[in-house]
Write a new protein. Structure first.
Length: 378
């Protein structure tokens, strides 16, 4: 009886030993580099047996991602690192997309640069400019804050970069921060680039918002006298229009159009100022001239459609909206839906119910959840 008992114990001990050796082989196969727990003796641990051919094949076939996915991700990121030439090319493409009004494409390209070169100042400032624009998105406050942080990071690394200080001031203004720090950001930009007109225009805006109208007028004059060429005039005029100072913007734009009568951007801004100043006929004329020079600018179509609606001409407004809709960008869709709804209202007021329903249905193609339109179609 005792012999049988000891035989069973001996067989169990041998099975345990073989199992321990197999476990050691398994730990090797799956990357078992963990050190033994504190207090565990390693000197008496039996040596793991040599892996079989089958085990070796399994080890070679184990996917790399099974061992340390973080390392694999880092390697993939490093593999996608852009060269200096690729970075410069993407920055140029982003700037071109911004000029064409394609904010989504420009933002995507700037972010691609920053994923590879996180300190690239051109990409940071370009992205900051886009994020500081008041587009219809839910996280607008977060975008303004990111714009501010991007610009500030460039000022810290490049304390002589005037554009960075301008962008910092703009982002702070969009966040409602019209304090001394914002004013100082613009003053620093002016000190670093005294011939750059936009710094004076931005400073004038902050001074006026803080009640210092006399100093603001001086800055306005400084901006106007330093604006050289249509591009700089357009930038200053945009800042004036952001304050709804359309008469001042129109005076500046009229001077620019005398020198460059075929500048689409200046004509667009002139048309907007004229419409705001009550000169609807001249505003429509300027916008149509701008459209003749650049058929892909959705903003001009939108402004022109609004002008036609204002004059009680829904047929022309519809024609312009349909033509311009092909150039609408993602962030334009809520605005386009609103304009088609206004068009539907204009048709309904004129007693044209079929045309009204058609316009409402077009509005829903750009904003399907627009409740005001859904209610009108019931």
């Amino acid at each position: 009886m005792y012999r049988v008992f000891f035989s069973i114990v001996l067989i169990a001990a041998m099975a345990a030993l073989v199992g321990a050796q197999d476990l050691g082989s398994s730990n090797k196969l799956f990357g078992g580099k963990d050190s033994p727990k504190a207090g565990t003796k390693t000197s008496k641990r039996p040596a793991a047996r040599k892996p079989s051919a089958r085990t070796s094949r399994s080890k070679r076939q184990t996917p790399k991602k099974a061992v340390g996915s973080n390392t694999s991700t880092a390697k993939e990121r490093a593999a996608k690192k852009l060269s200096a030439e690729e970075t410069a090319k993407l920055n140029r493409e982003a700037a071109t997309a911004f000029q064409k009004g394609d904010l989504s494409a420009a933002e995507a390209k700037y972010r691609e640069v920053l994923r590879s070169a996180s300190d690239d100042p051109d990409a940071k400032l370009g992205l900051s400019r886009i994020l500081a624009l008041p587009v219809p998105v839910a996280d607008l406050g977060a975008r303004y804050e990111e714009a501010m942080n991007l610009a500030r990071s460039v000022t810290e690394k490049e304390p002589t970069n005037a554009v960075a200080f301008e962008r910092l001031g703009v982002a702070r203004e969009m966040l409602g921060l019209v304090d001394a720090e914002t004013e100082n950001a613009y003053r620093t930009a002016i000190r670093l680039a005294p011939e750059r007109p936009t710094g004076y225009a931005y400073l004038a805006r902050v001074l006026r918002r803080n009640g210092n109208t006399a100093a603001a007028a001086d800055m306005d004059a400084a901006a106007a006298t330093r604006a050289r060429g249509a591009a700089q005039v357009a930038e200053v005029a945009e800042i004036l229009q952001s304050e709804q100072r359309y008469p001042a913007a129109e005076r500046l734009l009229r001077m620019a159009i005398e020198n460059e009568p075929n500048n689409a951007r200046v004509l667009e801004l002139l048309g907007r100022s004229q419409l705001a100043n009550g000169d609807t006929a001249e505003g429509i004329k300027s916008l149509k001239a701008s459209l003749g020079l650049d058929l892909s600018n959705f903003d001009v179509y939108s402004a022109l459609a609004s002008a036609y609606l204002r004059t009680g001409d829904p047929a022309n407004a519809e024609n312009i909206l349909l033509r311009g809709s092909r150039y609408a960008r993602e962030h334009d869709k809520p605005s386009l839906a609103r304009q088609f709804e206004m068009l539907g209202d204009a048709y309904a007021k004129a007693g044209k119910q079929a045309e009204s329903r058609r316009a409402y249905k077009m509005a829903l193609t750009y904003q399907p959840e627009r409740e005001t339109v859904l209610a009108k179609l019931k």
